[in-house]
Design a protein. Structure first.
Length: 226
């Protein structure tokens, strides 16, 4: 039996983009392969020839989104340089990724479907958070080797930094309680995360970035008397 024909990059992109639009509008359970076929502009036979089913297709979509969006997080992170500036750049990119349309869609789908479809949660975690933590952990190890930070467990510290950047204001955006965060509010969250992280794990360089007292992260509107 001849080997399956390789899927071209253009056709794979069309399939995953179409799948992403359908997942965004219908959720995971509500998305049908027929809908995805129409959105992608390919035959059902073509999709099933390369993807065993909807779960594998969603996993491929998540992996594509993570691969294209995680790499830029560390594009400008220098092995030697101002730690605060590097951490700030990483944090800002991560928050923008979390609040991007694709980031919000994937996050909402995975959280809503994780109990019934644990393989989706695993695919998302392995392709996204686990890779980001590993990359930041490796960068922290370099800083430790240069004597810039005092960290016993770089992986744990990487998880802490990303957690510090995920201020409740981001959760409010994910829940739709506020429409978005402006750049000033995002910077305030990340600047505070960097300041706390450096205070815990090392000497803060001169001229460090500090959290501005202005541009507080958005809060949902309170009802009268609330």
């Amino acid at each position: 039996m001849p080997a399956p024909e390789a899927l071209s990059r253009e056709k794979r992109t069309a399939i995953l983009d179409g799948a992403g639009r359908v997942f965004a509008s219908h959720g995971y359970e509500g998305a049908s392969m027929a809908d995805i076929t129409r959105a992608a502009g390919v035959s059902k036979g073509t999709i099933y020839h390369h993807f065993a089913g909807k779960a594998e297709l969603f996993g491929a979509y998540v992996a594509q989104q993570c691969a294209s969006n995680l790499a830029p997080l560390f594009d400008d992170a220098q092995p030697v340089g101002d730690i605060g500036t590097n951490l700030r750049d990483i944090g800002l990119r991560m928050v923008h990724l979390l609040l991007s349309p694709a980031g919000l869609v994937v996050d909402r789908i995975v959280i809503s479907e994780a109990r019934r479809f644990p393989e989706l949660a695993r695919a998302f975690y392995d392709a996204g958070p686990a890779r980001a933590i590993a990359a930041l952990s490796g960068w922290l190890e370099t800083q430790i080797a240069h004597g810039h930070l005092a960290i016993d467990d770089p992986e744990f510290a990487a998880e802490q930094f990303f957690s510090l950047c995920q201020h409740p204001a981001i959760l409010r955006c994910k829940l739709g309680l506020v429409p978005s965060m402006d750049q000033a509010a995002i910077e305030r969250v990340v600047d505070a995360a960097v300041a706390v992280f450096l205070k815990a794990y090392g000497s803060v360089p001169a001229g460090r970035i500090s959290a501005s007292p202005k541009a507080r992260p958005p809060h949902p509107a309170r009802s009268p008397g609330g």
